[in-house]
Design a binder for this molecule. Structure first.
Ligand SMILES: *[C@@H]1O[C@H](CO)[C@@H](O)[C@H](O)[C@H]1NC(C)=O
Ligand SMILES: *[C@@H]1O[C@H](CO)[C@@H](O)[C@H](O)[C@H]1NC(C)=O
Ligand SMILES: *[C@@H]1O[C@H](CO)[C@@H](O)[C@H](O)[C@H]1NC(C)=O
Ligand SMILES: *[C@@H]1O[C@H](CO)[C@@H](O)[C@H](O)[C@H]1NC(C)=O
Ligand SMILES: *[C@@H]1O[C@H](CO)[C@@H](O)[C@H](O)[C@H]1NC(C)=O
Ligand SMILES: *[C@@H]1O[C@H](CO)[C@@H](O)[C@H](O)[C@H]1NC(C)=O
Ligand SMILES: *[C@@H]1O[C@H](CO)[C@@H](O)[C@H](O)[C@H]1NC(C)=O
Ligand SMILES: *[C@@H]1O[C@H](CO)[C@@H](O)[C@H](O)[C@H]1NC(C)=O
Ligand SMILES: *[C@@H]1O[C@H](CO)[C@@H](O)[C@H](O)[C@H]1NC(C)=O
Length: 380
């Protein structure tokens, strides 16, 4: 359970244990690949998507190992680019090879489950791996979207976002492998570099209910599960700090009727060396969900369904934006993660220089697979 007085945003990253300064941030690698398309296209973001068909990222036998297709219909919630075309993989495997710089990258895979070339949406089961990390196994975009539509969104597409470190070979391979008697498909691939120490060499995380645990180093791959903007609206990729991360509203995830207060702040956020301005956009810190002066009477709790049997990293962002709180001792709160006490008596005025100064804290928690079924559990 989380019990927060102040909380802005919160990112959950799944830690995959498979085989493997306040400066502006300008991504050195930027790839927006519209799969199944042969021509470039612009979107309303300041982004130019290139078609994969004639790109330098595809294998030379592309025409015998895959084909281009279009969905039988496009849901009104789904933008045309990159979802109105797809590459269908009808061979045993298909690898995109991206030549990028060394360092950590976002790898975003866009899927819109629909019928393609008379193949039913339910027929696509496949695995995706990258640089030795198994990212998706026997994945069904149709089932993934059905699950989300039953719970939290109305979106008909799914974005899978991974954080992968590229070594000195300076290559990011993305391999699609259909399950037996099945096909793979992909609508769009994004690759964006990120600051070296944003997630991978950031602050030492605090382990929940254990003394030590996995270390997030360059051999680790992470999957982003949730990225929420507390108390504010959805923040789209072009309002992020150069990495096109999108931040969702938190209101679908709050437990019960106790939703707290959502104050707004119009002043600039005072970024620091520890929390440089690329960490999260000002919009994230300028809204919050606060417990107000009734904090002794209820708990503010977010419920986040996750797969069991994995480690999760939670990054909690805080910033005091309530003018009447000006000094230590006025706001104290406890943070519970998955029913464990993560922090007792947090006072933001001890963590920061004062109002308008942001700070973030990382926590790592293992979500036990109690019955061995790797089923979804609520992280709260
Ligand atoms: C971060 O700060 C630098 C200057 O200190 C500025 O040039 C840059 O635009 C800022 N970036 C963001 C995302 O605010
Ligand atoms: C296509 O080319 C890749 C190497 O680029 C190779 O590994 C694969 O076996 C080839 N597939 C077929 C069906 O020829
Ligand atoms: C995949 O589909 C293409 C286009 O229809 C076809 O030329 C190719 O032979 C198929 N490959 C396999 C392995 O079935
Ligand atoms: C990427 O794939 C190419 C060709 O299949 C292979 O030679 C290379 O070792 C792979 N690189 C990585 C980092 O997996
Ligand atoms: C993939 O998942 C489907 C549906 O759950 C299942 O029927 C199929 O056997 C699985 N295939 C593999 C290779 O695990
Ligand atoms: C997001 O960015 C767009 C321009 O890229 C701007 O028009 C819009 O006002 C921004 N949204 C917010 C909430 O600031
Ligand atoms: C609690 O806050 C409300 C609104 O912010 C205010 O009207 C009320 O006087 C406060 N109560 C106390 C005991 O401070
Ligand atoms: C808040 O949650 C904690 C941990 O589950 C519990 O000990 C406490 O009694 C709760 N407080 C209220 C006011 O519900
Ligand atoms: C949380 O902990 C309490 C006391 O340790 C226990 O009774 C309760 O069942 C736990 N809740 C969950 C969801 O694990």
């Amino acid at each position: 359970m989380f019990n927060f007085s102040l909380l802005f945003f919160f990112e959950i990253l799944l830690i995959s244990t498979t085989t493997t300064t306040a400066q502006p941030y300008k991504a050195t690698d930027r790839v927006f690949l519209n799969c199944g398309s042969s021509s470039p296209s612009n979107t309303n973001l300041d982004v130019r998507w290139e078609g994969d068909q004639r790109s330098k990222f595809v294998p030379s036998n592309i025409t015998t190992t895959s084909f281009s297709s279009t969905p039988d219909h496009l849901d009104s919630s789904v933008p045309e680019i990159p979802y109105s075309t797809a590459r269908i993989i009808n061979s045993s495997s298909f690898t995109y090879i991206f030549h990028v710089t060394r360092g950590p990258k976002f790898l975003r895979l866009h899927f819109y489950p629909a019928a393609y070339s008379s193949l039913d949406a339910k027929q696509f089961f496949f695995s995706v791996s990258s640089n030795g990390h198994s990212l998706l196994t026997n994945f069904s975009a149709f089932l993934a979207v059905s699950f989300l539509r039953n719970t939290h969104t109305t979106d008909a597409r799914i974005l899978k976002e991974f954080l992968i470190n590229v070594n000195d070979a300076q290559k990011l391979n993305v391999t699609f492998t259909p399950s037996p008697n099945s096909y793979a498909f992909i609508n769009g691939i994004e690759i964006l570099s990120m600051p070296e120490n944003l997630y991978f060499q950031a602050t030492t995380p605090k382990y929940i209910n254990q003394v030590t645990g996995p270390v997030i180093d360059s051999d680790t791959a992470l999957e982003n599960i949730y990225r929420l903007n507390m108390g504010g609206g959805q923040i789209t990729g072009n309002n992020d700090t150069g990495m096109y991360r999108s931040w969702d509203q938190d209101n679908n995830y709050i437990y019960g009727a106790a939703i707290g207060l959502t104050p707004l702040y119009n002043n600039p956020i005072m970024y620091t060396t520890e929390t440089p301005n690329y960490t999260a956009p000002e919009l994230v810190y300028q809204t919050q969900r606060s417990m107000g002066n009734q904090s002794d009477k209820y708990n503010l709790t977010w419920i986040l369904p996750v797969d069991s049997g994995f480690y999760y990293m939670l990054r909690l962002h805080f910033c005091n934006i309530i003018p009447k709180y000006t000094k230590p001792g006025q706001v104290l709160f406890t943070i519970f993660i998955n029913n464990q006490t993560a922090e007792e008596e947090v006072d933001l005025f001890h963590w920061t220089k004062g109002s308008g100064y942001p700070v973030f804290k990382d926590y790592i928690v293992f979500v036990h697979d109690r019955d061995g079924s790797r089923s979804k559990q609520d992280l709260c």
